[in-house]
Design a protein around this ligand. Structure first.
Ligand SMILES: [Zn+2]
Length: 174
């Protein structure tokens, strides 16, 4: 009995060492290979399922947890020099716009040069604009803390301290 086995296909008793059933042709060896292949596939299938569930779970955590936000690029922090530059540009543009608004013919404004002191509290502008007779007048104006000072003496006294590097940038913003 111990050196015999039963064929699972035809139920006949055959020799235990037989690889192929002599009655129906059932191949024990081939069946063994298929079984182990099936077993292996099953194992990988469960591993992939597990990983897949992990990904889905992470996705759900991201969707439902408001504390976890997708990383956004941080807004670049400006250096102290850049902040000061922005302050100077801002007050220069404000002063140039005030000059423009006060003109008889605002579109005729040509800012020849404009600059500020380090703090941006002094703005000096040399500009040309059409006068009431159709000609172009050259004018100098200094703004101190936002207020225009039309006197040439004030411009001559204060504006040598100004740095005239903003002309192009201000003209683009008028
Ligand atoms: Zn058989």
């Amino acid at each position: 009995m111990s050196d015999e086995k039963q064929c699972p296909k035809c139920a006949e008793t055959i020799k235990a060492a037989a690889v192929v059933c002599k009655h129906c042709g059932y191949n024990f060896e081939q069946q063994q290979v298929q079984l182990s292949a099936k077993k292996k596939r099953g194992c990988w299938f469960y591993i992939l399922c597990f990983l897949g569930l992990g990904v889905v779970a992470n996705g759900l955590v991201l969707v439902f947890n408001p504390d976890i936000k997708p990383t956004v690029p941080a807004t670049p922090t400006l250096s102290a020099d850049q902040v000061a530059d922005q302050t100077r540009l801002k007050s220069a543009v404000a002063a140039a716009k005030a000059v423009k608004a006060a003109l008889r013919d605002p579109d005729s404004l040509v800012v020849e040069r404009i600059g500020t002191d380090d703090a941006g509290s002094l703005v000096c502008i040399e500009y040309r604009a059409r006068n009431g007779f159709g000609g172009m007048n050259r004018s100098f104006v200094a703004f101190k803390d936002g207020s225009p000072k039309e006197e040439a003496s004030y411009f001559n006294k204060s504006c040598p301290k100004a740095v005239f590097i903003l002309t192009d940038r201000v003209n683009r913003r008028l």
